[in-house]
Structures are given as structure tokens and as C-alpha cells.
Write a protein that binds this ligand. Structure first.
Ligand code: GLN
Length: 480
């Protein structure tokens, strides 16, 4: 019997000792995926070549040439380009689209020997917080299939939470890794803007987008981050900064009395569920009893985050999505007489409702007369939000907040109220606006058995410290 929840680090040992083979393990995982996917709809495409790839991996183990992730099955959000599987962004406009190149993260994962199990569901073009905006049906939360897994990387979060795979890759523009990780009870990391190349990630908000890992524990997140992070000349915003061995750093002991944690008052106001508040407060008490310095801080511009984000993200999205015009990519409407009709019909028929709403909003805030009032002003507020964090990190090493205001909500519960849906990201968007790294760490279950997550934020490029701290909490302070 192969246990369901083997971690990457355990698997690598078992593969090396030949106690389990990559073929055996991946065959089992593909069975699990085929069994669970009809209900969860976490995958839009399952890679039927997996077993062949597992075979090749097995050969590498036999020859002693295995890479860091050899034979490890990993699921990929379907807005990341792959040459051997379709990339649809969960949109009709890209249905069946095959990318001519692999994203930088895919090249890195394949080089490390990872086996890509398939492409996971998302809100169309990553616009959403529930995965209900997918053109191919919603994903369901493995903890309760009447509820959403969060979004937009809902398929990736659900595939890890349901043990279809030990790890998955997602993207986070305003919370799309951390929020679904929280709702599905898994670890999810948004790295610093510039830490992981965005080359081959279908762009949403180019100044906000980052790719990052999901896994069932912090150590596995460390292992994946090391493989996907680092300089790439194809992404001009990707930084040439050393990538530490994050897993190895976990062994370094924490100097607790030198670490201070900021708790921003603005993140604990009304709207936060009582159970989440209590859970996080308990964690904060435990941290301070354990020798960490926990103190209240202020991030005064927090409340402008959602408005700022929804102006900047939609502005950037409206320009990025101009490329889907029925000419170069994907769906082309067949009943158009002029080139103008070809554009409008292809876009009108190919895009879903939320995508259209955001393109219209983004075009509006960029249009002459409104540009100064909305777009330019938001850029200024963004700087203020970024400065709030810079100031706070003068006196604290980490900031702790809830990841989401509530646990997983019911399918359909917020689909008719956009504002309510947008407010699901109230605690996550500011890290994207500031470019800093953030992680969701599961801290237990609510009384109705739904996962609760804590968000930990750190200064830019301090993933190593962030992961060591998260690991400490995971190992010592999250057990009830
Ligand atoms: N939920 C947010 C939105 O709808 C964030 C999405 C994301 O991070 N891709 O824009």
C-alpha cells in the first residue's frame, strides 16, 4: 500500500532506496486523479504521457542521474504555457490552444525531472476568487464539494488538498495562490515579484503577477521554489539574485528572541470571521509565549488596497488581453464579414462575462479624462501601500494576518455580488501591490471542519527567512 500523503522529501528517499518506483507511484496518482476529478473538476487536462515519463525517470534513478524532483508528479495551473499539453486559461477563446514554447518554470521543472500530471482549472484568465469563472465548470473544494476551493488557482489547490499530487504550481496576482491555499488547507507561497520568471505565464496584471508553489508542507514548498526561482533573460523584471537552498536553511535554528512579528490592526477589523480571529489570536499568543516578540503595528493605507488593486489589475489586464483578437490566437468567430467584426465577434463569443467586465473597467480607467483620476492616482496610492510595508519592516521581521476573511463559501454564494467576491482578496492584494512575498499556512479547522489559514508576509527577497519561520510554526505551533 502506498500512502496517499507522501511528501516530496519522503518520496525522493523512497525512490532512491527503490522502495517505490516512480512508475508505481505515478500510476497510483493517475488512478486517484481519474477517480476524483469527475467530482472535483480540478484538472482541465490530464497528461496521459505521465507513465512514459515516469519510466524515463526510473531509468535516471537506476543510472544515478536523478534530478531534484525526479519522478515527482506536479500539476500546473492552465495559464502557464506547455508545449505538450493545451494551455486554455479556462477560456473558450483559448480552447485547445497549444503553446509553441514551455514557460521558464516548466523548463526548470522538467530539467529537475518532475512529471507534469496535467493542467489545472482556474477562473478564466485568473480573474476571480472561486474558480467559478472557468468556462469549463467550477472546481469543488475537497473538504466540502458544495463549496468553492477559492481562486483563481482553485484547481491547483484542490489537486494538492485531495492528494492527487504532492505539489502544484499556481499564479498570484492579488491572492490567487494564498487564498485558495487557505480555503483548501494547504501551504501556498507567492514569492517576491521578480523571484520567479513570468516567461510563459499568460499575463493578467504584469506588474503584479508571480508564479509560486502549493504543497502539503513547508519543506516541499522550499524544494519546489528552489527549482523554479532564479534569473531568466526572457523576463525583464526577473531579478538576478542568488537562490538559496531553502530546504537546507530549514535546519538553521531560529533565534526566537531576535524575531519580532507585526500584527496590523487594520487586518482585524469587522468583516473577519470570529473563528478565524480566534484561531490567529491563539497562534499569536503561542508565539509570544514561545519567546517571539509580537507587537501591534499599523499599515495605514490598507483600506485603499482593494480599490487600488482593481483599478491597476484591470487596467493591465485590458491591455494584456488585447492580443486575443481572433487573428493570432485561439478561437475565431466564423460569421464575420469585416476585420472589425472578426475582432468583436471573436472576443464577444470567446470571452466570459467576468473577463468582459474587467476589460471594460480597465479600458475605462485608462481612457483619456479618467486616466489621471483613476489609473495615475492608483499608482500613487500603490506607492503609499508599499511604503507602509517598508516602514513596518523597519521594526518587525514578519507580519502576520489572516489570509481570508472567511472559510470556503458555498458555490454560487457570491457569484451575483461582485463586491462581496472582490472583498475575498482584502488581505492578499496588498502584498502584490508592494511586491513582497507571502505564504499561507494552514492552522487548523473551523467548527464546521473547514480549513483556516494564516498569512505571513516578509520583506522583498526574504523567502529564506519567511520559509524558516513558517516551518517553525508548522512544526511547533499548529498542532491543536
Ligand atoms: N481574486 C483576485 C482577482 O480576482 C486575484 C486573482 C489572482 O491573483 N489571479 O483579481
Amino acid at each position: 500500500m502506498i500512502p496517499d500523503n507522501l511528501s516530496i522529501s519522503e518520496l525522493r528517499k523512497l525512490f532512491v532506496k527503490r522502495e517505490i518506483s516512480p512508475v508505481e507511484f505515478i500510476t497510483k496518482k493517475i488512478e486517484v486523479i481519474h477517480k476524483k476529478n469527475p467530482v472535483l473538476n480540478a484538472y482541465l487536462h490530464i497528461n496521459e504521457q505521465c507513465i512514459d515519463e515516469a519510466n524515463k525517470s526510473q531509468q535516471r534513478y537506476l543510472k544515478g542521474q536523478a534530478g531534484e524532483l525526479d519522478g515527482i508528479p506536479i500539476a500546473i495551473k492552465d495559464n502557464i504555457c506547455t508545449t505538450d499539453q493545451p494551455t486554455t486559461c479556462a477560456s473558450k477563446i483559448l480552447q485547445g490552444y497549444m503553446s509553441p514554447y514551455d514557460a521558464h518554470v516548466i523548463v526548470n521543472l522538467k530539467r529537475a525531472g518532475a512529471v507534469i500530471t496535467g493542467k489545472t482549472n482556474l477562473d478564466e484568465f485568473a480573474f476571480g476568487s472561486s474558480t467559478e469563472n472557468s468556462a469549463f465548470g467550477p472546481t469543488r473544494n475537497p473538504f466540502d464539494i458544495q463549496r468553492v476551493p477559492g481562486g483563481s488557482s482553485g484547481g491547483s489547490a484542490a489537486s494538492v488538498a485531495s492528494f492527487m499530487v504532492p505539489a502544484a504550481i499556481g499564479s498570484d496576482t492579488g491572492g490567487s495562490i494564498r487564498q485558495p491555499a487557505s480555503l483548501c488547507g494547504v501551504v501556498g507561497l507567492k514569492p517576491t515579484y521578480g523571484r520567479v520568471s513570468r516567461y510563459g505565464l499568460v499575463a493578467f496584471g504584469s506588474s503584479l503577477d508571480q508564479i509560486g508553489p502549493f504543497a502539503n508542507n513547508v519543506r516541499d514548498v522550499c524544494i519546489i521554489l528552489k527549482v523554479i526561482a532564479g534569473y531568466d533573460e526572457h523576463d525583464s523584471t526577473c531579478c538576478n539574485i542568488d537562490v538559496p537552498d531553502y530546504e537546507k536553511s530549514l535546519e538553521k535554528p531560529l533565534k526566537k528572541n531576535e524575531i519580532s512579528i507585526g500584527v496590523p490592526e487594520e487586518y482585524f477589523e469587522e468583516g473577519l470571521s470570529t473563528e478565524i480571529r480566534e484561531k490567529i489570536n491563539r497562534l499569536l499568543d503561542n508565539l509570544s509565549n514561545d519567546g517571539f516578540c509580537v507587537k501591534k503595528i499599523n499599515l495605514p493605507h490598507t483600506r485603499y488596497g482593494i480599490a487600488t488593486y482593481y483599478i491597476l489589475a484591470t487596467a493591465e489586464a485590458s491591455t494584456n488581453l488585447a492580443r486575443f483578437d481572433g487573428v493570432k490566437f485561439g478561437y475565431r468567430s466564423s460569421n464575420s464579414k469585416t476585420i472589425f467584426e472578426l475582432y468583436t465577434n471573436s472576443r464577444g463569443e470567446g470571452f466570459g462575462e467576468e473577463v468582459k467586465r474587467r476589460i471594460i473597467l480597465g479600458t475605462f480607467v485608462l481612457s483619456s479624462g479618467y486616466y489621471e483620476a483613476y489609473y495615475l492616482k492608483s499608482q500613487k496610492v500603490r506607492t503609499l501601500i508599499k511604503r507602509d510595508f517598508e516602514n513596518a519592516f523597519q521594526s518587525v521581521n514578519f507580519i502576520i494576518t489572516p489570509t481570508t476573511p472567511e472559510t470556503a463559501f458555498k458555490l454560487g454564494e457570491k457569484s451575483n455580488d461582485r463586491l462581496k467576491m472582490y472583498l475575498s482578496d482584502i488581505f492578499t492584494v496588498n502584498a502584490n501591490l508592494a511586491g513582497i512575498p507571502g505564504i499561507n499556512l494552514p492552522v487548523g479547522l473551523s467548527s464546521d471542519k473547514l480549513p483556516i489559514g494564516v498569512q505571513i508576509l516578509a520583506p522583498a527577497f526574504r523567502e529564506e527567512d519567511l520559509l524558516r519561520f513558517a516551518y517553525y510554526i508548522e512544526q511547533n505551533l499548529t498542532k491543536e
